[in-house]
Design a protein around this ligand. Structure first.
Ligand SMILES: NC(=O)c1ccc[n+]([C@@H]2O[C@H](COP(=O)([O-])OP(=O)(O)OC[C@H]3O[C@@H](n4cnc5c(N)ncnc54)[C@H](OP(=O)(O)O)[C@@H]3O)[C@@H](O)[C@H]2O)c1
Length: 252
């Protein structure tokens, strides 16, 4: 059976995988959720937008004869990961994830680990501070529950509607980020505390180095629960896994 990879993307690692897959000339499609304006062009045929839940993804897999789904989404994109697991179970397509280890605190770090956004918000109880929210736009409005702070928001695109936070500054930037720029950003905005997700990987780690260098506390949101599936740490390992796991006979 001819193999056809579906790469669920939206991360630096997914783009690295797409480059390797294109170099090797494998048949593959790259999928974006469509959350950001002008997503990074990929060297593979690309589709954009949700599939319509696990059923929609199963239909897509069937209609496009996808043999291998590679979940290279962000570790906080849990819905997509669970949908991929269900759709692959339904269709018999193979599933593996391209993952990165969670960040671990280093000497000099001052982290408060919290299980989710709600606890991160509760952890900001107290006098006004200047809070760096490195979280993306989806969850920022919830921080209006702690309206005493000034929030510095780093977003991929300028928001269409102003954030619901009474006092804030928006900076528009797209990763990967570097330590010198993040340190300068934190200094320029007189940041007191950083709130971020434990994404792992290299694309967004600069803020942690910057926080350590400046002695800033970090409220670190732990990862959500993800389905159990084969995991690979690098694009090359994914391709080895593909060649070790030929397509099954699909039949939805
Ligand atoms: N969450 C983060 O912190 C974060 C950070 C950086 C990048 N990203 C990237 O941004 C995208 C969206 O993240 P999220 O946290 O909003 O995801 P999510 O909550 O897990 O997914 C919500 C829905 O968005 C659609 N979707 C997500 N990823 C998709 C993809 N690669 N291709 C097609 N549809 C996709 C699916 O819609 P249907 O159910 O309709 O199929 C999914 O059910 C992902 O590609 C992720 O890798 C997320």
């Amino acid at each position: 059976m001819t193999q056809h990879l579906l790469i669920l993307g939206g991360t630096t690692e997914a783009s690295a995988l797409a480059r390797l897959v294109a170099e090797r000339g494998l048949q593959a499609t790259f999928s974006y959720a469509g959350r950001v304006d002008n997503p990074k062009p990929q060297p593979l045929p690309t589709r954009t937008g949700g599939f319509g839940g696990p059923d929609g993804l199963a239909r897509y897999i069937h209609d496009n004869a996808v043999t291998h789904v590679i979940d290279a989404t962000h570790p906080f994109a849990a819905q997509m990961s669970w949908n991929a697991a269900k759709a692959c179970e339904m269709t018999g397509a193979r599933l593996a994830a391209l993952t990165r280890p969670a960040w671990q605190p280093q000497t000099g770090d001052n982290w408060q680990s919290v299980p989710d956004i709600d606890v991160a918000i509760a952890a900001l109880e107290g006098p006004p501070k200047r809070v760096m929210l490195a979280l993306g736009r989806l969850h920022m409005d919830a921080f209006a529950a702690q309206p005493q702070h000034h929030y510095i928001l780093r977003l991929v695109d300028q928001p269409e509607a102003p954030p619901a936070l009474p006092s804030h500054t928006v900076t528009v930037a797209r990763g990967p980020f570097d330590v010198a720029n993040d340190t300068a950003l934190f200094k320029a905005h007189a940041v007191d505390v950083v709130v971020c997700k434990n994404a792992g990987g290299t694309g967004a780690i600069a803020k942690l180095h910057a926080a350590r260098a400046l002695g800033l506390p970090v409220i670190m949101i732990d990862r959500p629960e993800l389905p159990i599936r084969p995991e690979c740490a690098t694009p090359a390992e994914i391709l080895e896994w593909v060649s070790d796991h030929p397509a099954t006979d699909l039949g939805v």
